[in-house]
Design a protein around this ligand. Structure first.
Ligand code: DUC
Ligand code: ZN
Ligand code: ZN
Length: 487
């Protein structure tokens, strides 16, 4: 009898800290040995000359979700996870989105019903909290955190979702009390609403004006405010989809002061610019997301932030709204004003290959940082580490084997989501995963999808160590215990 179910032999194994040529032994879906000349496996993969990476964790994904604009994502749990694994991502964390008046528990059950029997990779859930009532904060959240939903997103903009500062403080205090990570969509709502109104008054309706309405300074202000509120409560936060220098600078400063603020950015802020919103007619809507793609200089600031550790996580913010659809980009009408276009771009499948090609192969980031940003840190931020996000004895055998020389021209025809466009049509990349496996089972092999709907399992998240407060307050008062220490 073979010692292992599977041995991946002779590949270059990469983690967030090390790069080593060795074999990987897998049994019962778990990595059980790392070393040279491992005994025989029932199945063997020769990975000589290939990279053996942890499967990616995409920790910012919208699937089977109704947006606040009324648009509906094209991807279900089936097509979303299928697309993920074909690009080397073997675990996703989408959102269970609460609507005002809805119980959080019901929200979670609804999303489980959507994912059950559909997902091809493993998945966990973040909660979106749009209605932080006393019972939501006092009863539902604590119970859900105990059940493995240990992160939630709040919005500072969007009419249907936004919290005011006081509500945000209540959510932060609940997260501190119970142990959870708070993700923040930081844009100043009134600045955007006011600018939008003025733009429309002057007849500026084209997609490119979305970028003008969502000014850099609106992101900078809300980022600064979110950090201040989190510091007041001494609760770690994670700033999602950061795009502008004005926000990056605030995050960098806060980190330097020892504040536990984490940050995420996404492909659209590296590979799209405001010029992509300025295409003929309605075409620019294909690249509309919030915050919007900015200019070349801001792209460079995002690259710097990735290289210098200001960013912890690289996610897709996959928000797949079809271009030519009344439930997609055209939800507000055929050639509607920028204000009514569904916000979001797809990116689950291209997230890792595009960063690998433009980041690792150019030397902007090293391969260990690539693994940290795409695999290990997302698992750490949301309580899935060390089960997920690394190659180590005892971890699930979620692994992607990459051909670092494979050349691919991205186009909608070769992607595996359910979209009718990609904003990256024609982009050329070098490096693509040729095999992905989830818990030791090969799900993507040389261009073929092998997983079945329902192979993916729900993951309960632990309280992440990253969500632990520092224990120091800026004002001597601990709002969760009532303790007061006079300085
Ligand atoms: N902005 C969000 O906040 N979520 C989904 C996509 C987008 O553009
Ligand atoms: Zn957001
Ligand atoms: Zn999002």
């Amino acid at each position: 009898m073979a010692d292992f179910d599977l041995v991946i032999r002779g590949g270059t194994v990469v983690t967030a800290s090390d790069t080593v040529v060795c074999d990987v032994g897998v049994k019962d879906g778990v990595i059980v040995a790392l070393g040279s000349s491992l005994a025989k496996g029932a199945r063997e993969i020769d990975a000589t000359g290939k990279l053996v990476l942890p499967g990616g964790i995409d920790s910012h994904v919208h699937v089977d979700q109704l947006s606040s604009s009324g648009a509906y994502t094209a991807d279900t749990f089936l097509s979303g996870t299928r697309s993920a694994m074909c690009g080397g991502t073997t675990g996703i964390i989408p959102f269970a989105a609460q609507y005002k008046g809805q119980s959080l528990r019901q929200t979670v059950e609804d999303y489980h019903a959507k994912a059950d029997g559909q997902a091809m990779t493993d998945y966990a859930f973040h909660l979106i909290i749009s209605d932080p009532t006393e019972s939501v904060i006092g009863q539902e959240l604590p119970a859900l955190i105990k059940d493995g939903y240990t992160s939630f997103k709040i919005y500072l903009t969007y009419d249907a979702l936004k919290l005011n500062d006081r509500q945000f403080l209540e959510v932060l205090a609940a997260a501190r009390r119970e142990g959870a990570m708070v993700m923040v969509h930081a844009e100043n709502h009134d600045m955007i609403a006011w600018l939008s109104e003025k733009l429309l008054e002057f007849g500026h309706t084209a997609p490119k004006f979305h970028r003008v309405a969502h000014a850099n300074i609106a992101e900078g202000e809300a980022t600064n405010r979110a950090i201040a509120l989190a510091e007041l409560v001494d609760q770690p936060i994670l700033m999602v989809h950061v795009s502008a220098k004005e926000a990056i600078d605030r995050i960098r400063e806060a980190k330097a002061r020892g504040v536990k603020v984490f940050a995420e950015t996404c492909p659209q802020y590296l590979f799209l610019t405001e010029d992509d919103l300025d295409k003929d007619g309605f075409e620019g809507a294909k690249c509309m997301c919030s915050p919007p793609p900015r200019d070349k200089a801001n792209q460079e600031f995002v690259w710097q932030g990735l290289a210098d550790g200001t960013f912890d996580v690289f996610s897709s913010d996959h928000a797949p709204y079809r271009y030519d659809s009344p439930t997609g980009k055209r939800v507000g009408g055929a050639d509607t004003s920028f204000k009514k276009v569904a916000n979001g771009v797809p990116g689950l499948e291209i997230r890792m290959p595009m960063l690998f090609s433009a980041g690792v192969l150019t030397g902007r980031i090293d391969i260990n940082k690539f693994v940290a940003l795409c695999c290990t840190n997302p698992a750490k931020m949301y309580g899935l580490y060390p089960r997920k996000g690394t190659i180590a004895v005892g971890a699930d055998a979620d692994i992607a084997i990459w051909d670092a020389e494979k050349k691919v021209t991205i186009s909608i025809d070769m992607l595996h989501d359910d979209m009718d466009y990609t904003p990256y049509e024609g982009h050329e990349v070098t490096g693509w995963p040729i095999i992905s496996m989830v818990r030791g089972t090969i799900v993507w092999n040389d261009g073929e999808v092998l997983a079945k709907p329902g192979d993916g399992k729900f993951l309960r998240c632990d309280v992440p160590a990253t969500a632990r407060p520092r224990g120091t307050s800026v004002h001597g008062f601990n709002p969760t215990s009532g303790d007061y220490i006079k300085f």
